[in-house]
Design a binder for this molecule. Structure first.
Ligand code: LMR
Length: 327
């Protein structure tokens, strides 16, 4: 990190003008819903540690994992009310409130991690951050988890296998439409309830990353896993905008720096964790099927109506960027 000296009491950016502001202790409550040994859980921990180091202990990021404070359904309101200052929801959590965010949940919209990175760092990311402003939210970073896979108590290979099955989803119209297109029913529910809903047979299946399936032990209540990579689960790190604007430029710089380092680390980490937990997950007795190229084409065809339905909602600017990405 250029220009940073750990032996100075503050980061050089803060050293002169901002010293005064940093005498006061700043507490940032960061709430999330996943386990600590997940890509998001570890990224939040790292961010907290970096902020502490860079601010010489003046800024404290308090981490509340596993939905102990708020669920994915309630954390947005808590952020707006100022009860917490930072969250990192899955994109899907924003899509109903801010329709542009549906773009990241279009089925098969990203072919690989490079597509994802390009979207985060380019015009798509910029447009999406802009869309947060009117909602009093400040977009700080995009974090990766990974591609979503399907699990169920019934085998899933072809679109017709979905017919009549019930799936838990993150509450979002675009995800609902994805399952509807396959003839299945989808029910929005908080992440912390997924295990129980599967255990009680309130739903037959769900979609998630390897890491979330493994750390939530969903293999205990599911028989089948289909490696489908049909959607992407990533996070947007958000701060309460009024809180952000009240921070001194020096404090903002520390947060930005810490976040930049965390993001670079988290993107590599997400891949490594999902790979490592995939090795573990394979020992847990699920019957695993990898979608064949032909089956994938059939899924893509069946899910096409989602694009038609949501393109007008997402708007031409973002849809145009998706075309460029796919070109
Ligand atoms: C889910 O609800 O399935 C995910 O959003 C959980 C998470 O935040 O990774």
């Amino acid at each position: 990190l250029i220009g940073f000296r750990a032996d100075l009491p503050f980061s050089p950016l803060d050293y002169d003008e901002e010293q005064e502001g940093l005498q006061e202790r700043i507490i940032i409550k960061f709430s999330h819903v996943v386990a600590e040994n997940t890509p998001k859980g570890l990224a939040v921990e790292r961010f907290s540690r970096l902020v502490k180091e860079k601010s010489n202990g003046h800024i404290e990021v308090q981490v509340f994992p596993n939905g102990i404070l708020y669920s994915d359904i309630t954390e947005g309101a808590a952020l707006r009310n100022g009860d917490i200052q930072m969250i990192a929801p899955a994109f899907s959590n924003l899509a109903d409130q801010i329709p542009q965010w549906s773009v990241l949940d279009l089925p098969f919209v990203f072919r690989n991690q490079e597509d994802v990175q390009e979207a985060f760092e380019g015009e798509i990311g910029r447009l999406l951050f802009e869309s947060l402003e009117p909602y009093d939210m400040k977009g700080i970073a995009f974090w990766s988890n990974g591609f979503k896979q399907m699990t169920s108590n019934y085998p899933i290979r072809l679109p017709e296998d979905f017919v009549g099955q019930r799936f838990r989803i993150i509450q979002s119209k675009v995800l609902e439409a994805q399952f509807q297109a396959m003839g299945a029913k989808a029910y929005g529910a908080p992440f912390i309830d997924v295990y129980q809903k599967l255990a009680n047979s309130q739903v037959d299946g769900q979609e998630n990353t390897i890491s979330n399936i493994f750390t939530r032990k969903l293999y205990q209540v599911q028989h089948y896993l289909t490696l489908s990579n049909h959607g992407y689960l990533g996070y947007v790190v958000i701060m309460n905008r009024r809180f952000w604007e009240k921070l001194s430029p020096g404090t903002q710089a520390i947060i930005r720096e810490a976040m930049e380092e965390t993001t670079a680390y988290s993107n590599q980490l997400a891949r490594a964790i999902n790979e490592q937990q995939w090795d573990e997950l394979q020992k847990m007795g699920l019957e695993i099927h990898e979608l064949t190229p032909e089956e994938k084409v059939a899924w893509e065809e069946a899910m096409k109506p989602v694009y038609e339905k949501f393109a007008p909602v997402i708007g031409p600017a973002l849809m145009n960027e998706i075309e460029i990405l796919h070109a």
